[in-house]
Write a protein that binds this ligand. Structure first.
Ligand SMILES: [Zn+2]
Length: 185
């Protein structure tokens, strides 16, 4: 049961922002950290970032930025390129929006799958509760204890948790609407 909160938190945080730039930033930030969120924000605004100008543009230490760009590059979210600026050749990383979109979609779908699995568990797995100490037990644990609490011998009663299920359903709906929005881009 301890994993339940995590899934809900993940979903809540990944759906906190309604606009797509916000969603992209949030997904990247959650995956690669705050600095990566800052970097992707710049890339979404400007389309590319030059290695030679990272410190000036985003105030991130260039070796830290390079590590993040390498990770984004592994996902094809950025691709290396060169541009000429006056007499200078700049080494740039270009934002690959379709790859970013795919990345976000995959993350959202994974979260959705986890939520679906959780719903199924809630629907199928009957949970027993001790009215005295409020400890919860799965059916096989309850059976093994003769449907008595091993701590205080009170009788274990079946409980279901409709509130939890409906909040999971809400999150799934939210994720679906974001997925739909992204698919229409
Ligand atoms: Zn008890």
């Amino acid at each position: 049961m301890s994993s339940k909160k995590t899934y809900e938190e993940v979903a809540e945080e990944s759906t906190a922002e309604e606009d797509l730039v916000g969603i992209a930033k949030e997904v990247i930030r959650r995956t690669y950290g705050d600095t990566a969120g800052k970097l992707i924000e710049y890339l979404l605004e400007n389309g590319y970032i030059a290695e030679e100008k990272i410190v000036n543009n985003v105030e991130i230490r260039s070796n830290e930025a390079r590590k993040i760009l390498q990770k984004l590059s592994d996902e094809a979210i950025v691709t290396p390129d060169k541009i000429r600026e006056g007499s200078e050749i700049l080494h740039v990383w270009r934002l690959n929006k379709p790859a970013l979109r795919t990345f976000i979609m995959n993350r959202l779908k994974k979260t959705r799958e986890k939520l679906e699995a959780l719903l199924k568990y809630e629907a199928e797995g009957t949970i027993y509760e001790c009215k005295t100490c409020k400890r919860r037990f799965l059916v096989d644990e309850a059976y093994a204890n003769g449907f008595q609490c091993p701590y205080d011998r009170d009788i274990l009663v079946e409980v279901n948790n409709p509130a939890a299920s409906s909040s999971i359903n809400e999150l799934i709906k939210k994720i679906d609407s974001i997925i739909l929005k992204i698919e229409r881009l």
